[in-house]
Design a protein around this ligand. Sequence first.
Ligand code: FAD
Ligand code: DLZ
Ligand code: SF4
Length: 509
Amino acid sequence: MVRQIIVTLGDQLSPDNPALRAADPSQDIVFMAEVGGEATYVRHHPQKITLILSAMRHFAQELRENGWTVHYTTLDDPENHQSLGAEIIKIAAQHKCTKITLTEPSEWRVIDDMIALPLDVTLLPDDRFFASHGVFETWAEGRKALRMEYFYREMRKSTGYLMEDGKPTGGQWNYDHDNRKAAPKDVTHPGPIPFTPDQITRDVIALVQARFDTHFGTLQHFEYAVTRADALRALDHFIAHALPRFGDYQDAMLRDNRYLYHSVLSPYINIGLLSPKEVCDAAEQAFKDGHAPINAVEGFIRQILGWREFMRGIYFLKGSDYVQSNYLGHDRPLPDVYWGGDSKMLCMTKAVEQTRETAYAHHIQRLMVTGNYALLTGVDPHQVHEWYLGVYADAFEWVEAPNTIGMSQFADGGVVGSKPYVSSGAYINRMSDYCKSCAYKVTAKKGADACPFNLLYWHFLMRHRDRFANNPRMAQMYRTWDRMDPDHRATVLADADAYLEAEVPRADH
Ligand code: FAD
Ligand code: DLZ
Ligand code: SF4
């Protein structure tokens, strides 16, 4: 007789996830299911689907080895209903057990589906984060603006990371001004460990190739870790080889180096193979051992303890409608370049190419290349959101949506950021080596060969002048524009209009 069914979702693969902790292997069974519905509600990248399904299979194997009874539905099971809810109902009926327990799903869509099940469902708070919903809500209450930096300081105080006698180590909360070095000539770090697929992963690759080969993304070189043991190796490798220079080159981009000093740990943290705490502990230890400098370690810990926790807090605070936000009223369709269509823009082509081949791009590529271009061209933010949610191995709505809708597209009207992240080509040129080999000229401000970012930047600022001219962080840009020669300004705006109509036409054109 089964006492309860412990549902374990594809991003809950932590041995200590709360539902497993609350269970008893002698009376309860674990239920896991590979379902087509989760791979297609947005068309996920084949490498992302492979990562999750292979990690699920390995996790189920480990649970069995540790004495659990696991009911596991594979994707190609002919009886598979291909939806989580329908599979749970089927298994509950088979075992004549109505009691279902799971760790709170990370996404509103799945929470709603689970609560709606005609069963006795218990959701346990997901304590694999530093801040509970309650901690974030209490911090946010009564504040006019929610700014990551202030939340982060509270998290530093409550966790004690990089704190000495109640003060931040080194005297500063934030060492970001040291973390904006231009791209280095030679990168000494070879990038993340390329893990060789084992038989389980090879089976999943074949399955995914057979079923999802129309999804954007290749599967030729699948190199992600799919077990906790390998994810721990990836963490050790990052700490040993990349962390010391992580800070310096955090914002840099190189056309022939996809990773620079980034960790590529987000997929593992987000599906539960690594805990954010053990990752931050390892980084702090590297500082204490004198292995990595403060700007690197503080910068890295801030991404996880600050940004990652802040984004989750915003997602749950703002509710399920947040992903529909469109403050700027942008309505152009996502252009083909995002799906690998031809483009003369080298930065876009390179960012999309590596996304297709690895399901990974680092933060500045997402924010200042693909995100910047979508924002400047006025693409419908929901389409942008669905693209990011589908194409990255680490993309789960709770973290992807505040980054895309909020930080990148300013579609939430300033909940996440105090101003839009927009830039002309000059920023990309300063931080990368893309422009040297681009068909466009980054120094040209107008005309057919002008870098599109240069035209679109001003077009964006003028389209939204009413909204941003009084923003203290943007007023200077409007003053610069107003000082320019009127004929020059008219040509820039006309060239931008022509570019938009040719490259990013509205759907009704
Ligand atoms: P590193 O640069 O090595 O950073 C270390 C860790 O910090 C990451 O592994 C991640 O866990 C955390 N982190 C860094 N920046 C952020 C951030 N802004 N928000 C939350 N966590 C952060 N991150 C996701 O995990 N999933 C997403 O779906 C996602 N979508 C994004 C969409 C857009 C438009 C943008 C601009 C950013 C998005 N990010 C997302 C944030 C960030 O780009 C990725 O976390 C990072 O690129 C992952 O690569 P990495 O592990 O090499 O990160
Ligand atoms: C993303 C994903 C995919 C592609 N497939 C599955 C799956 O087959 N089974 C599963 O349990 N989870 C999968 N996931 C992860 C879920 O979509 C994830 O749990 C939700 O996005 C967050 O609640
Ligand atoms: Fe990108 Fe413009 Fe540089 Fe070309 S010139 S790589 S389009 S920023």
